[in-house]
Design a protein around this ligand. Sequence first.
Ligand code: GL2
Length: 803
Amino acid sequence: MDLSKRKFKDDFKKMLTEVYSMDITESELTEQFFTLGNLIRSYSSKNWSRTNQHYSEKKEKQVYYFSMEFLLGRMLKSNLLNLGILDTVRSALQDLGIDLEELVQIEPDPGLGNGGLGRLAACFIDSMATSEIPAHGNGIRFKYGLFKQKFVNGYQVELPENWLQNGNVWETRKMHAAVTVRFYGKVWLQQTDKGFLTPHYEGAQEVLAVPYDSAVIGYKNNVVNTLRLWSAELPPQDDISDYWAYIHQRNQIESISEVLYPDDSTYEGRLLRLKQEYFFVSAGIQSIIRHFKKMHLHMNHLAEKVAIHINDTHPALCVPELMRILLDEEHMDWEHAWNVTVNVMSYTNHTIMSEALEKWPIDMISSLLPRIYQVICEIDRRYTMKMGTLFEPAIIDRTQIIEGGHVKMAHLAIIGSHSINGVAQLHTTILKEKVLHDFFLVYPSKFNNKTNGITQRRWLMLANEPLRDLINRKIGNEWETMPTELKMLKAFRDDNETLLELARIKHLNKERFADYVQETMGLAINPDAIFDVQIKRLHAYKRQLMNLLHILSLYFKLKDNPAADIQPRVFIFGAKAAPSYTYAKQIIKLINTVAELINNDSSIENKLKIVFVENYGVSLAEKIIPAADVSEQISLASKEASGTSNMKLMLNGAITLATLDGANVEIKEHVGSENIVIFGLREEEVYQYYHDGSYHSRSYYENNPVLHRVLDALIDGTIPGVVAEGHSIFDSLVQYGDEYFVLRDFDAYVAAQERIDSLYRDMLKWQRMALINIAGAGIFSSDYTVQQYANQIWDVSSNAHLK
Ligand code: GL2
């Protein structure tokens, strides 16, 4: 948008007076932040309604991305950037004596997601608006985001994250669009006068689902899509006979949208979780149908106007919920309703970890959602009947929805969707060949791959302005919306001036992060050291532990020989563990304790430091990633579906140190094996071990002296204060089989780290690698990912022509 500094200053002062009756000198940061937020809203509101109007008038097919999580991060700068007014506003505020960076800090970072999956959804809505795809997010307005992590004596402690405390400037409550969601009760089918079977409910609990909409602003294109998050409320009641019963009921209902389930991948049978899933699914689909009906088209045409995406299994109830509405409320016959449903739905699988494949006990689902359960039974019955004639019984048994007293959500999503995708090539191959092989036999054409992506706007243009400026000076700014144009940077691979400039920027970012660490943790780190970064949820398969064992090996090397020639390193960790995941929490305690030991040992002359940042999330990622030299992507091959921090880090010039897992495989293809450091078991070797059962971790402990010493340190008192944790972790590796092959990959990892050490010594060579990584990162933009979803899955145009 066109906005002069003068106009902005006038608007800002006017808004401050109107809302707070203050002038600038009286106002504090909070008032200034809300004033700016409200101004941004007013600047985007016209385009928001124009966009919706355009979609309605043109009867555009619309996409609804159903996701339990949207890990947005702070929106202030992102909205300014996308409106094209970031620099103007920053400079105008400066004239008014206000520092934009200080205002940014006022905004809470809404943690409405656990990790990669939730952040992917956030990147997608940004990219969908930018790519002019008529697509909206649909999720839950959790009152409390993911817990706030504190370390107390090295242990993770969880505190509530009350992000809504001071209100959310971006949202609008849309009471007129509220819908009712039903739980419990009894249901039976009755014939109406017109001959339809309609369900009758008795004793159902009714919950009011109230939507809160936020604008999703496309990058400089006038498109504004919608993120709709639902909040659970008690429906208004005329007479409240029992006040306390009323309060109790209200609390119970409001608890549905109270907390984000704090688990990244492990499954626990929680009734509340199932309620949450049905709640936002039912609310979302009812609202879609309401909207569709305004077009006055027959329901048979729904799939021409609506695509619903099921992001992981959490919203899999979309399938029976749409069926319920088509059958019970629209009186379609089963065949037509099913045809429409399958054409509308598509599903992404985000993990092969079997404990994350959700399943619900029949008792729970049938009492909470009686009608939905009937529909699921009928879907299952028809599936087994139809496919039973075509495939052998064992395949049908393994692919049924209801099995062993449980409803399997992935099976429901697969049977009820026309498309099933994995999130990286390797992951999709593993789905087809292993994890979902039976389904691949049944529905080969449904399977496809869509490698994840990230938005270069947040992760480069905003997070790393010095690098953005350098790139723009070298190759112009076309890459902002056509990110593969970053490849033009390759022309500078032998240009020492550019490489030195890259080095200077990295150093600057490292200094900034070092200042932050000094301020917040009181720890001095050296920006000349290698900044070696592993930021992701704490999970055994991601092998933060292997990283730590390597650090210990370096530490002992220096203890034995203080003159040992190693490049100084700062190992940076950011990770939350699910509160109930004991083993992960033990690893956190161990890392913190080793950090304490190493950081305070003056005999190693600051050659090693460990920084474990508290409460890792989007805002911290934005500080760490631009300062990273090394990107640790060291999961056991086959376990990380894709990973996305790998993409953000390469885009910022970090060198990837990786196993051939998830999207690392594709990163290697794009940058070439000389610009990435690969090590460790490959996926087929891992499966071979599973097959022949020949991995015996103890022999690695017994035969590898370095490993022996490092592992002994866990249990012999070398690391003080971790007796219980040390033994538990030692046993998991040596005694109980080392599920994720940490000891098997250790030597290869150490060798790979030595290679990093030696590469880093040649500064120009290192920067050349960094440059090639930045130049090759464009393909991993979520702009391309969503365009592929649009063209190949949703069948919508990725160009709404709103300009
Ligand atoms: C995840 C995968 O673990 C991760 O590899 C992937 O990049 C993201 C996004 O596709 O999805 N699956 C999952 O349940 N979480 C992830 O981060 N939480």
